[in-house]
Design a protein around this ligand. Structure first.
Ligand code: AMP
Ligand code: MG
Length: 403
């Protein structure tokens, strides 16, 4: 029996199917020190005002607002962490450091460079207005307001804000467990001497790096020979222990491509196979229960491109991550590009800003085995399917090149 090839679906359709299948994983509490690069799974509210008390923005003297040329007696000191209990009296100044609490009765801070100290008093050399150099309580955060929202990726700034808000631990999405498997009798581990017909397994380490960068925990990557029984055993083990299985190679129609029949036999339901995409046409996606399975093409560039277009959004959805807004949505082509009549092309491009426009230049040869086309590339540019060439200056959509 000759199986009819499945029709090609578009990148957008494939991505929709992937994200629809990727429901959020559970959540867990983590200490702030462990929370970097995790995705927040519960809003963070300020437990109190930040700053908690009115304090000085300068090293100087807490005073009442007033004109220049006043002589004020230095009556005490309010340092950061050591507030004074004193009330500021008529004709007085209290020495204050940055972050020191504003003493009762003071309404402004005069910086030390604007005063002269004479016999235990200051003479103001400038006028100082009401509230000048005073940081107000709650100016940064008001008690009870939401400071960080669910779905936020936690970087240094977010962690700082969470700590200021009073948090010691955060509720974050559980990290997806991603098992990477590479198929191919020709594959050797990094650095291993190569026999005839052999190549180094570059996909394994790349896909682990990409997955970890996008929040996953990866057990050691595995390699599967081009053998039906071994492929099935390796996949079953991965399916039992992972949230996501990424298997590369063996998803085309060659006689040694065992991945699809093995997955079918293991009860992994196919959601799609083959996308109108270059490189990346043989991409396969399916699921068994909540476990997602990606069969990515063996060529390293195809593996990276399809990771970016399909696996990356799945990992984001599993962690409930809000969409990225860092990338410009489109650019114009620097040079004409030959189109593929049937498939959208994901070109590796360098981006430059010229006269306010973002210009995309193909980053060297684009064949799917040219790993060096990833080096120095800034993004993927999507060239729509069609006849002939897409002319220089035409607008192309951009996708992040996964890192
Ligand atoms: P396949 O999809 O198995 O037909 O593989 C397509 C091409 O990608 C072949 O040239 C393979 O040798 C190559 N390839 C497959 N897997 C890897 C890998 N893990 N690392 C580098 N190249 C690979
Ligand atoms: Mg192969």
């Amino acid at each position: 029996m000759i199986a009819m090839p499945a029709p090609l679906i578009t990148i957008a359709e494939a991505r929709e199917l992937v994200t629809a299948a990727a429901g959020p994983l559970g959540v867990e509490p983590v200490a702030i020190a462990e929370a970097r690069d995790r995705v927040l799974a519960a809003d963070v509210e300020a437990m109190g005002n930040v700053p908690p008390f009115p304090c000085s923005a300068m090293d100087g003297y807490a005073v009442t607002a007033g004109p220049a040329d006043r002589t004020l007696r230095i009556a005490g000191e309010s340092r950061a962490g050591a507030p004074t209990g004193q009330q500021l009296g008529e004709g007085e100044a209290i020495r204050i450091s940055t972050g020191g609490a504003i003493p009762a009765g003071a309404t402004a801070v005069i910086p030390q460079e604007n005063v002269e100290v004479v016999n235990g008093s200051i003479v103001t050399r400038a006028a100082v207005g009401e509230g000048e150099h005073v940081r107000h309580s709650g100016e940064d955060m008001r008690a009870g307001t939401t400071v960080l929202r669910t779905g936020t990726l936690l970087g240094a700034g977010e962690l700082g804000a969470a700590v200021s808000a009073g948090a010691a631990e955060l509720i974050v999405a559980r990290r997806p467990r991603v098992q990477v498997l590479s198929t191919g009798d020709e594959l050797r581990a990094p650095g291993e001497p190569l026999g005839p017909g052999e190549i180094h397994n570059s996909n394994g380490p790349m896909l682990v790096a990409l997955s970890e960068h996008h929040g996953a925990v990866c057990p050691p990557a595995g390699r599967l020979p081009d053998d039906r029984a071994a492929t099935e055993a390796g996949l079953e083990n991965a399916l039992e222990n992972a949230d996501v299985v990424i298997v590369t190679g063996g998803v085309s129609v060659g006689p040694h491509d065992h991945v699809k029949p093995a997955l079918a036999h293991l009860g992994v339901e196919q959601v799609f196979w083959r996308v109108a995409l270059q490189p990346g046409k043989p991409t396969w996606f399916g699921r068994r229960g909540s476990v997602l399975v990606f069969g990515l093409p063996g060529n390293p560039v195809s593996a990276v491109v399809t990771f970016g277009l399909f696996v990356r959004p799945a990992l984001a959805a599993l962690q409930g991550r809000a969409p990225d807004r860092s990338l410009d949505p489109e650019a114009v082509l620097a040079t004409a590009v030959r189109r593929n009549p049937d498939r959208e092309q994901a070109m590796r491009v360098r981006l430059e800003r010229e006269n306010g426009r973002l210009v995309a230049t193909p980053n060297g040869p684009q064949a799917s085995h040219i790993v060096t086309s990833l080096l120095g590339a800034d993004a993927l540019a999507l060239v729509p399917a069609g006849e002939g060439e897409l002319e220089a200056g035409a607008t192309v959509a951009l996708e992040p090149l996964p890192r």
